[in-house]
Design a binder for this molecule. Structure first.
Ligand code: GLN
Length: 484
């Protein structure tokens, strides 16, 4: 079925006119009609607009235009601006807001010919690990619909796993691409901080946020990374580092590469089946000729605490703009203060309010030094741990998550338990390094996907992708499909 194809497979068929973009888009729409009533990966999608984009792509193909993503349907997390499409961040506070411009990443994908369609569900303002914090209802895991798909980009992950699109975009502030990718059995990558412009991404924690792809294999991840990367004058944190052809890094040869296994990551809360799958993957890398070295990241224990200070501090500042005056929903009051508090009180969900309150507290006078400044210092120590490790290794291997997908409702009443599900993904954002999650097996009963995380040096995406691709070729876990 066309909706099951990878980007590289579909692009080849389109190029040789074996299929049309309209047929591929229609196959995705048919799959959405068939399964999304249950999965709810999408908050909304505009079928007519998607088909019109497909027809335009088919015209270009017919006239001999060649572009890497021409006619390929890609779904978008509801936190990225797409001109003319709704933008809600899965919150009520934006009301019926419509984007007036394209995010840079979207502009680049459009320039490469992609069909940009659908608004994927997520935790409100990307705060969460389960997509249960959405004002538009929960998304279900395609492998077991009583379970969460992960979060915050749960809709984007589920849409790819359920073949409702060819690939999708998410964002990752503390694991929001890699964690749902692991729990849904797809490939998810967070690039180096500064690799992809954040212009047009609604900010959660600006020093941690990155855009990245969800794909059906590692090659597609390399393709989308290449298409979206590059410096952007509209994001001063984007880096003028040349953009290589990342697919060239996928040589299949990992002989002689050194992979670090951090001893701090084999912790108590790690599920036995997840640990076994990662141990087996480590062996596989040895068979492929890579060398595994034990390393230490001594400040790992502080990562979750540091993250929940820095991320909430930045969120409290970033979300101040949703005040009922500038955009979105408004509840009138007798004076501006009453208008703000009524609008924000009704517009934000519980988790977002919790973060704003926490973030305001850690920034407040008297506590700023003890919390925020201290956290910034420990963040530097965490980054230095990685930089030191990368003096001796080319990449680092860890589980992506401590457990497979949990039940809907299981952790929603206990924020701390929820926060701990990001224990392996958060350090990567604090350090600003790239990370990818690839499928590495399944739990037995029930059968749920398990993810393996590879972390790379700053701007070391090529080596990271080479390792992920070689592993994928040697195992093929990513070919298994959920029972839909
Ligand atoms: N789950 C983490 C949080 O709730 C990470 C979210 C993200 O990466 N956007 O903050």
């Amino acid at each position: 079925m066309l909706n099951q194809l990878t980007i590289s497979e579909l692009a080849a068929k389109l190029l040789h006119r074996k299929v049309s973009s309209r047929e591929a888009m229609q196959a995705c729409l048919d799959q959405i009609a068939r399964v999304d009533g249950t999965i709810h990966a999408f908050i909304s999608h505009n079928a007519a607009d998607a088909l019109a984009q497909a027809d335009a792509a088919d015209k270009q193909i017919a006239s001999g235009v060649i572009k890497p993503l021409l006619g390929v349907p890609i779904a978008i997390k509801d936190v990225l601006a797409v001109k003319g499409q709704p933008l809600n961040c899965a919150s009520k506070i934006l009301g019926n807001f419509t984007s007036t411009y394209d995010a840079t990443a979207i502009e680049k994908l459009k320039a490469a010919g992609a069909i940009i369609f659908g608004r994927c569900n997520m935790d409100e303002f990307a705060m969460g690990s389960s997509t249960e914090n959405s004002a538009f209802g929960v998304t279900r895991n395609p492998w077991d619909t009583s379970r969460i798909p992960g979060g915050s980009s749960g809709g984007s992950a589920a849409a790819v796993a359920a073949d409702e699109c060819i690939a999708s975009l998410g964002t990752d502030t503390g694991g929001s691409i890699r964690q749902p990718a692991a729990l849904c059995g797809v490939v998810g990558m967070k690039p180096t901080y500064g690799r992809i412009s954040r212009y047009g991404l609604v900010a959660f924690a600006s020093s941690l946020d990155q855009i990245g792809p969800f794909t059906k294999d590692v090659r597609d991840s390399a393709i989308l990374l290449g298409a979206m990367s590059g410096v952007d004058p509209r994001d001063s944190t984007s880096v003028p580092q040349p953009v290589p052809d990342y697919t060239k890094a996928l040589t299949g040869n990992v002989r002689g590469l050194k992979i670090g296994l951090p001893k701090e990551y084999m912790i108590g809360g790690l599920d036995a089946e997840v640990k076994a799958a990662v141990d087996t993957a480590v062996k596989k890398f040895t068979e492929l000729g890579a060398e595994i070295v034990e390393i230490s990241l001594p400040h790992t224990d502080y990562a979750v605490a540091v993250y929940y200070i820095i991320a909430t501090a930045e969120a409290s500042s970033n979300l101040a703009r949703f005040d009922g005056i500038r955009y979105g929903a408004r509840i009138e009051g007798n004076d501006p203060l009453e208008l703000y508090s009524k609008t924000r009180g009704a517009g934000f969900g519980d988790e977002v309010k919790r973060r704003i309150i926490l973030g305001t507290y850690v920034l407040s006078s008297g506590y700023h030094d003890a919390y925020y400044l201290q956290a910034q210092k420990v963040r530097t120590l965490i980054r230095n741990d990685f930089l030191k490790a990368f003096e001796t290794v080319d990449a680092i291997i860890t589980p992506t998550t401590p457990t497979a997908a949990f039940k809907i409702g299981e952790k929603s009443g206990d924020p701390l338990q929820m926060y701990l599900s990001d224990i392996f993904t958060i350090s990567c954002n604090l350090a600003g390094i790239p990370g990818i999650s690839v499928p590495c097996g399944f739990t037995k009963n029930p059968k749920l996907p398990i993810g393996l995380q590879l972390l790379g040096k700053p701007f070391g995406e090529e080596t990271m992708l080479r390792l992920a691709h070689a592993y994928e070729q040697a195992t093929a876990w990513q070919r298994e499909k959920p029972p839909l």
